[in-house]
Design a protein around this ligand. Structure first.
Ligand SMILES: [Zn+2]
Length: 243
């Protein structure tokens, strides 16, 4: 078998034996499980390349039971995430979600792009991390086919002359003041939160994180993104303390 080159990021690592490691790499074409022989030896060239959240160009080949990493050209190790426990905790939280929603042999180009952009913002900026992961979660839902309806009321379908002030989890989108009275699960949100949700849905990848929110709207956005993600993925994700 020949050697193939894949671009990707390590989203999980497991120790195999005293010196070997098994890593999961997210590439633009899905996840790949790769063994890395000797990666835990102190002088191994694969040591940095097989660390959690290392992003690079991997040369891999198919072995008898799995792929093996031959070598790697490291592009980014997100050093700042490793040096700050709070940042690392947020990064681990979104990585767990990414690991759950991706599979082998699927087009994950946009998901990988969102993941890398989010890690970059967490690592290199002082942007409020609750805002960053709220944006990540809502955009991820869009990429997974759960784009919320934002241009009309999900119940009466009106697009204008109505006051949009609720988000309906049941109907996956915004709801007008009148229709929301029939939907007990609809969450009342401020105009700024409504605009933020619309922005996240429509923004191109590079502009996604280019806004800020006041404290009360951030709380609302955080609640909506968490409830929406948990409902669509049928799971209870919580930000877990690492230590
Ligand atoms: Zn309505």
């Amino acid at each position: 078998m020949g050697i193939i080159k894949v671009k990707g990021i390590v989203i999980a690592e497991n120790n195999l034996s005293d010196y070997d490691k098994m890593v999961t790499i997210l590439t633009p074409n899905g996840k790949i499980g790769c063994a890395a022989k000797g990666a835990r030896r102190p002088k191994s060239q694969l040591m940095a390349a097989t660390q959690f959240l290392c992003f690079g160009d991997y040369l891999i080949y198919q072995g008898a039971s799995s792929y093996h990493i031959n070598s790697c050209e490291v592009n980014e190790v997100f050093y700042n995430l490793r040096m700050d426990l709070e940042k690392l905790q947020y990064a681990a939280h979104i990585t767990k979600i990414i690991n759950d929603v991706t599979d082998e042999n699927q087009n994950t180009y946009k998901i990988l792009q969102l993941f890398l952009n989010t890690l970059y913002v967490l690592s290199e900026t002082d942007k409020d991390m609750d805002l960053v992961i709220s944006i990540f979660k809502l955009k991820l839902m869009c990429l997974l086919g759960f784009t919320p309806i934002i241009d009309r009321c999900t119940a009466c379908k009106k697009t204008e002359n109505v006051f949009f002030n609720h988000f309906s989890l049941r109907d996956s989108g915004v709801k007008c003041d009148i229709c929301s009275r029939q939907d007990k699960g609809a969450v009342e949100i401020s105009e700024a939160t409504m605009q933020a949700i619309k922005y996240i849905v429509l923004a191109p990848p590079k502009k996604l994180f280019s806004f800020s929110l006041a404290e009360n709207s951030l709380k609302e956005l955080q609640m909506i993104s968490n409830l929406y993600l948990n409902e669509k993925l049928d799971k209870e994700y919580k930000l877990e303390k690492l230590f």
